[in-house]
Ligand binder design. Structure first.
Ligand code: MSP
Length: 528
């Protein structure tokens, strides 16, 4: 199937609460967005990858108070010591990092509220309901459970397992109910607006049941962005947090940049899909702006069958994995082992098994065998394949070509697990091909010199393709391989190679001088 490559690609992660440090569930979203955006960038598409932190609201305020500092001091500390360092831990190439306490965000939020107020979409009223501070959300009675143990007799949030609080306040409301029909129309006209289908169905059913207006201000706290038409209120944290996607790209201050970037593909965990697929497009419609391009809800990383979370003390720090296995293996593992859009269980055993089998013995070993043989048998110079080429080489080249184009298609369909599955067909085929061709036997007799040339060339060229299509997933290992292939000199920088063209045959220049290959996936000493 031919795919249409878009002219521009803007992908955003949710912005993360700074009440606590990141765990691998957060890192999962970051890595997925990074890999997708690197792929698009390496397709020559005008790409923008945005991430950041969500710093206002009750949850952060309470954590700061419990730690005896102001909310801003707390947020600064967590951003500097935990959230920004995560970018390096995971080797992320984000284009921007927005904090909701930045002036550019606060001033654009103020403009947005004024606009909606002027257009008559905001009114004053009173609200009474159950509030979950963990979710920063009023909960419908149907979303609550009866508490047990310490929480006997209380209503608890089904996500956080903690009691909700009864809040009664004078609030400003956003007329979200006005947008029910237009939202349903959007879901109908653009069937892949919400993915995967399970989440789409749930949201369509939710909106079909009818929408309430949304309370968008708080008068019981002051840690937030002041409502421009009533300074006794601050903006409800979700309402302003959602706006980060447009405040970061210049809405209200840099129209040209905003037009260039918006709309975004929103990657979110399925727990927050409703905010992004209902409230957020309704807000944009009210302002006369385009809805997001797509809301893709990925699944949860589970521990013991439950969503991994810090509040339940099941969070694993990303560095606990990268310190042992490296960031490439982290990035590879989570995108390979979990179907994007489904839940997945993390285990150290599965991670080590895949590291050994797929990275060290599969890809790493293929690379080191090929580079070593070209050094040994051809003095490190890429040989000319033509006279000795046979059907076996044609078959390998055909796998490379079809796997690359299937991987490209999968990446555009936001299915990185499928892309890796396709790319591994090349690894497996190339390894099997070497076993069958036995270049070490060919090397024993000069009469086989042309066959040996063809074999060595064709696996080196397959490695060239692998380095390119795996570079968005594993930037470090592929850079080492690129260097060893001498391709930096013969073909130019790895990041400048087009991923979707990587399947072409015979691209590695004959006569290229190989370099040394640093170990790609060293044996790990595990102490757990
Ligand atoms: N601050 C809000 C988002 C505002 S966006 C305008 C928020 N923050 S969060 O830090 O709690 O979560 C951020 C993201 O991490 C969400 O997409 C959430 O689904 C994801 N994850 C949190 N725990 C997770 C797992 N155990 N597994 C996978 N993703 C998880 O919500």
């Amino acid at each position: 199937m031919a795919i249409t490559r878009p002219h521009s690609f803007f992908i955003a992660t949710p912005i993360f609460y700074v009440n606590d440090v990141p765990h691998i569930g957060h890192a999962y979203t970051e890595v997925a967005a990074d890999v997708l955006s690197r792929w698009m960038r390496q397709s020559g598409i005008d790409t923008w990858f945005l991430t950041g932190t969500d710093e206002h609201g009750q949850k952060i305020m309470r954590t700061a108070m419990a730690n005896g500092v102001s909310p801003k001091e707390w947020a600064d500390r967590l951003v500097e010591q935990a959230w920004k360092p995560l970018l390096a831990t995971l080797n992320l190439a984000n284009d921007d990092f927005i904090r909701t306490t930045e002036e550019r965000h606060e001033s654009a939020v103020t403009k947005f509220l004024t606009l909606l107020h002027d257009k008559g979409f905001i009114y004053q009223g009173e609200y009474e309901g159950f509030y979950c501070v963990g979710c920063e959300e009023y909960k419908a009675p149907g979303d609550l459970h009866e508490g047990q143990g310490d929480y006997e007799g209380q209503k608890v949030c089904e996500i956080h397992g903690r009691p909700v609080e009864v809040l009664k306040e004078e609030n400003y409301f956003f007329k979200m109910s006005d947008f029910q029909e237009r939202l349903l129309e959007l879901y109908r006209d653009q069937p892949d607006f919400i993915q995967p289908p399970s989440v789409r169905n749930e949201i369509v059913a939710f909106v079909t049941r009818g929408l309430d207006d949304l309370s968008i201000s708080r008068s019981n706290i002051d840690w937030g962005i002041e409502v421009p038409f009533d300074n006794r209120h601050v903006t409800y944290v979700w309402f302003e947090a959602l706006l980060n996607y447009i405040t970061a790209t210049g809405w209200g201050s840099d129209e040209a940049n905003f037009q260039r970037r918006w709309p975004a593909i929103q990657l979110v965990g399925k727990d927050i899909a409703r905010f992004h697929a209902v409230i957020w497009p309704a807000m944009l419609m009210a302002a006369g702006l385009k809805p997001p391009a797509k809301v893709f809800a990925h699944g949860w990383l589970l521990v013991g069958g439950e969503k991994m979370s810090k509040s339940k003390l099941t969070g694993i720090a990303p560095s606990a994995i990268t310190d042992v296995f490296g960031s490439d293996a982290f990035r590879y593992y989570f995108l390979r082992a979990i179907t994007f859009g489904s839940d997945g269980s993390f285990s150290w055993e599965d991670l080590s098994a895949r590291y050994e089998a797929e990275l060290a013995n599969g890809f790493g070993n293929l690379a080191s065998r090929v580079i070593a043989m070209i050094h040994r048998y051809r003095d490190g110079v890429v040989p000319n394949p033509s006279p000795g080429t046979s059907e076996a080489e044609d078959a390998l080249a055909a796998t490379v070509q079809s796997a690359v184009s299937a991987a490209d298609e999968a990446m555009h369909a936001l299915a990185p697990h499928e892309a890796l599955h396709q790319i591994w067909r090349i690894v497996d085929h190339a390894n099997g091909y070497i076993t069958e061709q036995e270049p070490w036997v060919l090397a024993k007799d000069d009469a086989n010199a042309e066959r040996l040339d063809a074999v060595l060339y064709s696996v080196a060229d397959a490695l060239r393709a692998l380095a390119i299509v795996l570079s968005p997933f594993m930037p470090e290992a592929t850079q080492k391989l690129w260097h060893a292939l001498g391709a930096e000199v013969s073909l130019g920088a790895l990041v400048n190679q087009r991923v979707f063209e990587a399947g072409a045959r015979g691209v590695l220049p004959v006569g290229s001088h190989l370099g040394e290959l640093e170990p790609l996936f060293p044996r790990v000493e595990q102490e757990k």
